[in-house]
Write a protein of this length. Structure first.
Length: 467
């Protein structure tokens, strides 16, 4: 059919709308600029070679067939999990795995090839694919961000007008089996070539502010403690595998939840300090579990060639998403800290300000709180620079003293109200003759408050279990 640009200036005769959108990239583009996402359900399409002896072989076959159908267009092809049941066979699993693997794929691609602008074409794909693809791409852009730290990324969604062929026209304009880049009857097809306009149906500016609603939902999800779950009723062997995996993953999931809560509640000093003191080890742990989760999920896919069936025995849960979120958030914070650290291993006030600006751009409440607290601290440090500010407690700097430990409800209230700048746990350490923004912070996380059982609790446990 003939696809037309929404401004009416360009058109292209093609089997897919991709040809028209690729034209927007200009004459010079690489496969890094375009990805084509298809579902593994193509394995039960009669135009593909069918289900083979292994899942990897089946995926490779799908990629080869899709490459033939692209007719010379350069693109990176990704085959993600889907579900379908038809005469040619079945793919059994959970369609939401398409979303999880799309999020996993897009975050990895955007980290490797950052983009200021992403065009998403939802013209093709079965019902759940466009919806889940849009959600995953939006979240990935919010997490990874554009190449330059403080800019918004742009997400543009395109979709062609629906077109309905009559039977005769449909046969004439369908791909020729022997030459999939040509229709069955070119002359007959061109006599009444259908036209579809590729419309820009959505345009969004994406930044970290877009993440805030998702963070709350993640923390409240019933499946936040699960990374993978069985599809259907598992046997005893699979139950034991899942139990063993989650036991191994517990530490990574704990660190990930703490990271997300620090971001969610606007505790930037704690986020910077946590990353500076624990970030590298935490990132290695999280990355290891993410890789193992994907391998575990993939290894439990059963290919039943005689039954014409692909059966996934596992599905991803929100714990997998939590790990992805935390990994990227820690990487972004660590990137700021590494530029600022020099010989120090503690975060500076300057780096905390930059982290706040990047994460909370567009979030007026959190950004305002951080600016207020940092400016207040600036005035105090400037007036005290003649004195020694070596590991000086913030309460002493503000001359407000500190009494007995608060109960945890009051401590949490004050912690959030001041954006993490709690005067009883933060210490300021300023090098000699340093400007105030180079002053470093130290957080004393032990025994920060008294919880219900009249026992002291440390800061990180409080954030993990009580917030």
């Amino acid at each position: 059919m003939e696809y037309l640009d929404d401004d009416g200036k360009k058109s292209v005769e093609s089997f897919t709308s991709l040809s028209l959108l690729v034209g927007r990239l200009g004459e010079e583009y690489s496969s890094d600029d375009v990805i084509v996402v298809v579902s593994d359900t193509l394995a039960v399409n009669h135009n593909v070679y069918g289900i083979l002896d292994s899942y990897d072989e089946t995926i490779d076959t799908i990629k080869k067939k899709v490459r033939e159908y692209m007719c010379g267009l350069e693109a990176d092809i990704h085959v993600l999990p889907g579900t379908i049941s038809k005469i040619d066979g079945r793919v059994v699993g959970k369609p939401r795995d398409f979303y999880y693997m799309m999020l996993y794929t897009m975050t990895n691609l955007l980290k490797k090839h950052p983009r200021k602008r992403v065009l998403l074409d939802t013209t093709h794909g079965v019902n759940y694919m466009p919806t889940l693809a849009y959600q995953a791409v939006k979240e990935a852009l919010s997490l990874v961000g554009p190449p330059t730290g403080n800019d918004d990324a742009k997400l543009e969604v395109y979709n062609s007008d629906p077109v309905s062929f009559n039977k005769e026209q449909g046969i004439a304009c369908s791909r020729n089996k022997n030459n999939p880049c040509s229709p069955n009857d070119l002359d007959h097809c061109k006599q009444s070539l259908y036209k579809g306009t590729v419309q820009n149906i959505l345009k969004e500016a994406i930044n970290y502010a877009s993440l805030i609603p998702y963070l709350e939902n993640l923390l409240l999800s019933n499946s936040a403690n699960k990374i993978v779950s069985p599809v259907g009723k598992p046997n005893d062997e699979l139950k034991e595998k899942i139990k063993s995996f989650h036991k191994e993953a517990m530490e990574a999931l704990q660190h990930a939840k703490i990271t997300i809560k620090l971001v969610r509640y606007g505790l930037v000093p704690e986020l910077a300090y946590y990353t500076a003191t624990r970030g590298e080890e935490t990132l290695r742990t999280i990355q290891d579990i993410v890789d193992k989760a994907v391998s575990f999920w993939k290894n439990e896919i059963r290919v039943l060639r005689e039954e014409k069936e692909i059966r996934r025995r596992l599905r991803f849960d929100e714990g997998f998403r939590i790990l992805i979120y935390a990994q990227i958030l820690l990487e972004r914070v660590m990137d700021v800290l590494k530029r600022d650290q020099e010989e120090y291993s503690l975060p500076s006030i300057s780096s905390i300000r930059i982290i706040s600006d990047r994460i909370y751009k567009g979030v007026l409440l959190f950004g305002t709180i951080q600016n207020r607290e940092i400016e207040k601290l600036n005035k105090k440090i400037d007036s005290s620079m003649s004195q020694s500010l070596s590991k000086t407690k913030l309460s002493l700097l503000y001359s407000i003293g500190s009494g007995s430990k608060d109960n945890c409800n009051k401590f949490v209230r004050d912690l959030i109200a001041h954006g993490g700048w709690h005067t009883d746990i933060i210490y300021i350490d300023c090098p000699e003759k340093s400007d105030w923004e180079k002053c470093r912070i130290i957080i004393h996380a032990e025994d920060v408050c008294i919880h219900d059982s009249n026992k002291n609790i440390d800061l990180w446990s409080l954030i993990e279990y009580k917030m």
